[in-house]
Design a protein. Structure first.
Length: 302
């Protein structure tokens, strides 16, 4: 074999070796990138949340669980209609507190083509107009002609919430035109309730379970014979297709669920002891470690 042919053969061999090494490096890089994505370390999950305690606690618990799975988690505190819009636009990934099929029927009807129910948080929960037990009236119908007794008001939460829209209809249906629907934040509504109960004065607010007020006070829902208020299930929502964008997060939260009584106990601790939502969420996770582990493991297996 000539020297020229020998050199040509050596050069070809070197080219093949370099090509193989480069290909191997690309495969390794691709594998590392894939593993990184599977580990969720570069993925950010965004929760939409209202200022309601029934939203804040489940959101904080879910946030900490997803962080254990390696996700970066952000929260956006905005009004409920904007949360639904954010889900539709994929600017928000999850909402933990959707009341369906009744309370938020209008919002669901508007956005249901783009949204999906991921899990049921809890079932068959009541909402409506609430008064202290010492108030003699027991039905909404009983309120007619007694506006002055209740300071001509029904105190509720911020505009846009389903319970506010239903309350407008209640006023019309029962001919309670002398009552004004006073819209405020949840904290203001509860402070007004606290003040009225301390003075043993009659008051009407909008209420729902789970809520700490039912653990703190003797309250009752006023009977609604026209059935404007109906018991709902509470769902975790996401946009359609999230299971492809964030499969592990979707799988984890598809296993979500919590007891109403647990939420009410934690809410009361927050209000009476000042225990933060972060700490309460951490305690719940520690007390339900088997459930949380199963949620995380099911996502790894899927």
């Amino acid at each position: 074999m000539s020297t020229k042919k020998l050199l040509t053969g050596v050069l070809l061999l070197l080219v093949l070796l370099l090509t193989a090494c480069n290909s191997s490096g690309e495969d390794a890089q691709s594998s590392t990138s894939s593993d990184k994505k599977e580990d969720s370390k570069d993925e950010t999950i965004v929760f939409g949340e209202t200022t309601w305690t029934s939203t804040l606690l489940p959101t904080q618990i879910s946030k900490q669980i997803l962080e254990k799975a390696g996700y970066k988690v952000e929260t956006k505190q905005i009004s409920q209609p904007l949360i639904f819009k954010g889900l539709q636009n994929k600017e928000i990934d999850f909402f933990m507190d959707a009341w369906l099929p009744h309370t938020e029927a209008e919002l669901w009807s508007k956005y249901k083509e783009d949204l999906q129910k991921v899990a049921t948080s809890y079932e068959d929960v009541p909402l409506g107009w609430v008064v202290p037990e010492y108030v003699e009236e027991s039905t909404i119908k009983d309120l007619k002609g007694k506006a002055s007794k209740f300071d001509e008001r029904v105190v509720t939460i911020a505009a846009g919430a389903g319970i506010v829209e239903i309350s407008k209809q209640v006023i019309n249906d029962y001919g309670l035109e002398n009552y004004e629907l006073i819209k405020s934040g949840e904290a203001t509504m509860i402070a007004t309730l606290d003040d009225a109960i301390e003075k043993e004065e009659p008051i009407i607010i909008t209420g729902w379970r789970p809520h700490s007020m039912f653990a703190k006070y003797d309250l009752k829902f006023l009977e609604d014979s026209k059935e404007n208020f109906k018991k709902d299930n509470v769902y975790v929502l996401s946009y359609k297709g999230l299971e492809k964008d964030h499969p592990k997060a979707y799988k984890i939260l598809s296993e979500w669920g919590i007891k109403v009584s647990e939420l009410e106990e934690m809410m009361l601790k927050y209000e009476e002891d000042g225990t933060s939502f972060e700490k309460l969420a951490e305690q719940w996770i520690n007390n339900h470690q088997e459930k949380v582990n199963n949620m995380l493991e099911s996502a790894e297996e899927s």
